[in-house]
Design a protein around this ligand. Sequence first.
Ligand SMILES: [Zn+2]
Ligand SMILES: [Zn+2]
Length: 139
Amino acid sequence: MNMTNHEQRLLSRNIQPTAMRIRILSFMVENKSALGLPDLEETFTHADRTTLYRTLKTFLEHGLVHQINDASGITKYALCSENCTCSYPDDVHVHFYCTSCEQTFCFPHLGIPHYDLPENFIPSHGSFVITGSCPSCSS
Ligand SMILES: [Zn+2]
Ligand SMILES: [Zn+2]
């Protein structure tokens, strides 16, 4: 993994590339599933919880990651694609939550249909989660 790429990715979202942020971004890039705070705590045992939480919040506020509320009760975060603005409905896509291994997968290429909502319902955000078994658990 090229550190410069991660720094550029942070800078492109107006995030100061501190060592900690680069490390967390790198971990998220390498991970195939979405991550929650407990996953970070498990990996970054020397960092305190508040720092990890604040890093995720910063990533979220700057549109580097988006938040997924699956059936696990733990808020998960997945990296946004480069031109994602987390807008409705264009950037809303399918997430898959595996009830066996409790991993959540982000499928940015699987968009959702556009719904014509009833009058005066103004959408600002969308969430789409399918629950089931992932390939490792269904085989
Ligand atoms: Zn699974
Ligand atoms: Zn996603």
